[in-house]
Design a protein around this ligand. Structure first.
Ligand code: BEZ
Length: 387
C-alpha cells in the first residue's frame, strides 16, 4: 500500500458537518508505518479500518470518511513533523496512530496540546495511559505492560526458575519486560539476564550464543513484524528449538508472521489479547470478512484497527457526525462496551482497554488459544488523573 499525504484542495479550510450545503467528509489521518520492519502492522490496521468504515457507511451521522495516510516509518525523530502535518496542514478530525511507542510519545504530546481526537491502534507506551493520559486520547490496543504480565504469571506458575529477557531496547521492549517481571515476581524464580538489542537491528547471532551458554529454563522476548520473523528463524537455525530452553514472548513474536516463520514457529507459546482461534461470533464473522476483502488472514493489528474505527463510528453516531462536539464524542467513546473480535471490550478510566489475555500456542501456523491467562486485565495506569 502506498502512503499518501499530499495536501489536498481543502488546505486551510476546516470541514464541518454543514459545509456549503452538503456534509463534508470526516477526515481521519493515519500516522502508521507503511515501510520498514513494522510495515505489515500498519497495513493490517489500515485494512481493517477501511473494512469497518465500508461496513458502516450509512450509519455514521450520514457523513462519509476520508482516510489520509502518512508513513510514520516507525521513526521517532520524524514524529513531531508528521503529526503537525496531519493536524495543521491536513486538518484531520481524528488522528489514528501510531505503531511504535517512540513515535507515540511525540505524537501524543502534540495531540494533547491541540485537543485533536486521537485513537492509538497499537503503540503501547505505558505513559500515554499513565502520567500523560488525556481526555482526547484513547487506545484500542494495549499498554506495553499488559501482554508481558500474563506470560510472567504463566511461567512462574509452571515453576520455571531461571529466565532470560531479550527485547528490542526501546520503550516497548523495556515496558514489556517490566510486565513480565511483575507477573513472574511472586514465583520465586530469577531473571538471570536482560539482553537489549537496538531497534530495529535484526543481527541476533551473538545474542543467541549468549542465551545458549546461559542455559535458562525459558526466554521471554519482545520482537514484532520483520524482526520477529528473523528472531524465530534464527533461534531454530541455531539449534535452540530442541535445546530444552523454551522460547516465549508477548504475542507479537508470532502475530501475523507465522507463515513467514514456517516450521520454526511451531509450538511457540505467547500471551496476547487476541488469538486466531477465538471462537466467538464476532471474531468468526470478522475473520471471514477480512479474508474476503483483503485475501489474507486477520491478526491482532487488524483487530486493533477495526476497533479504532469502531470508536470513531461510536463518536460520530453519538453526535450525528458533528466533529465539533468533542465532549460528547469523548463521553461516547468512554462508555463503549462492546463485543470485539478479541472478546469483551471496555475502556479503563485512563482510556486503555480492559481485556482478557490469552495463552496461545502455534499449531499448524495458527495462534491457537490454550486458555485465558488473565481475565479482564487492566493496566496499572500509574499517574493518570482522568476519571
Ligand atoms: C510499540 O512500539 O509499542 C510496539 C510495536 C510493535 C508491537 C507492539 C508494540
Amino acid at each position: 500500500m502506498g502512503a499518501a499525504a499530499g495536501v489536498g484542495t481543502l488546505a486551510g479550510f476546516t470541514p464541518t458537518k454543514f459545509a456549503i450545503g452538503q456534509q463534508a467528509k470526516v477526515r481521519v489521518g493515519t500516522l502508521l508505518p507503511y515501510s520498514g520492519t513494522y510495515a505489515r502492522l500498519g497495513e493490517a490496521i489500515t485494512n481493517a479500518m477501511q473494512m469497518r468504515f465500508a461496513q458502516s457507511k450509512e450509519m455514521i451521522g450520514s457523513r462519509e470518511i476520508e482516510l489520509i495516510k502518512l508513513d510514520s516509518e516507525a521513526a521517532p525523530p520524524k514524529a513531531t513533523e508528521n503529526t503537525s502535518k496531519l493536524i495543521n496542514s491536513e486538518k484531520v478530525d481524528f488522528l489514528v496512530g501510531p505503531v511504535h511507542s517512540g513515535v507515540a510519545m511525540a505524537m501524543a504530546k502534540i495531540a494533547r496540546e491541540e485537543g485533536v481526537m486521537t485513537i492509538i491502534p497499537n503503540a503501547g507506551a505505558d505513559q500515554i495511559t499513565g502520567p500523560l493520559c488525556a481526555p482526547n486520547i484513547f487506545r484500542s490496543s494495549f499498554s506495553n505492560w499488559q501482554p508481558g504480565y500474563p506470560m510472567g504469571r504463566v511461567l512462574g506458575a509452571e515453576g520455571k526458575k531461571r529466565v532470560v529477557l531479550c527485547y528490542w531496547n526501546y520503550g516497548a521492549g523495556q515496558q514489556s519486560a517490566q510486565g513480565f517481571k511483575d507477573g513472574f515476581a511472586e514465583s520465586g524464580g530469577e531473571i538471570i539476564k536482560e539482553i537489549g538489542v537496538p531497534f530495529p537491528e535484526v543481527e541476533f547471532q551473538s545474542v543467541l550464543s549468549e542465551i545458549a551458554s546461559l542455559k535458562p529454563d525459558a526466554v521471554y522476548t519482545f520482537f514484532a513484524g520483520g524482526g520477529a520473523v528473523k528472531f524465530v528463524k534464527d533461534w531454530a537455525a541455531a539449534g535452540l528449538k530442541d535445546s530444552g530452553i523454551e522460547l516465549t514472548g508477548s504475542g507479537f513474536l508470532t502475530e501475523g508472521v507465522t507463515e513467514a516463520q514456517g516450521a520454526a514457529a511451531e509450538g511457540l507459546r505467547t500471551t496476547l489479547h487476541y488469538a486466531d482461534t477465538l471462537d466467538n461470533d464476532v471474531n468468526n464473522v470478522f475473520r471471514r470478512n477480512y479474508k474476503e476483502m483483503w485475501g489474507s488472514e486477520a491478526d491482532v493489528y487488524a483487530v486493533q484497527g477495526y476497533d479504532a474505527a469502531e470508536m470513531i463510528r461510536v463518536a460520530l453516531e453519538a453526535t450525528d457526525g458533528d466533529t465539533g462536539a468533542k465532549d460528547d464524542m469523548i463521553k461516547a467513546i468512554e462508555n463503549t462496551v462492546y463485543d470485539s473480535p478479541r472478546g469483551p471490550f471496555k475502556l479503563s478510566a485512563a482510556h486503555n482497554p480492559v481485556q482478557n489475555f490469552y495463552l496461545r500456542k502455534v499449531v499448524n501456523g495458527v495462534n491457537e488459544v490454550q486458555s485465558i491467562a488473565v481475565e479482564a486485565l487492566s493496566d496499572p495506569a500509574k499517574g493518570c488523573r482522568l476519571g
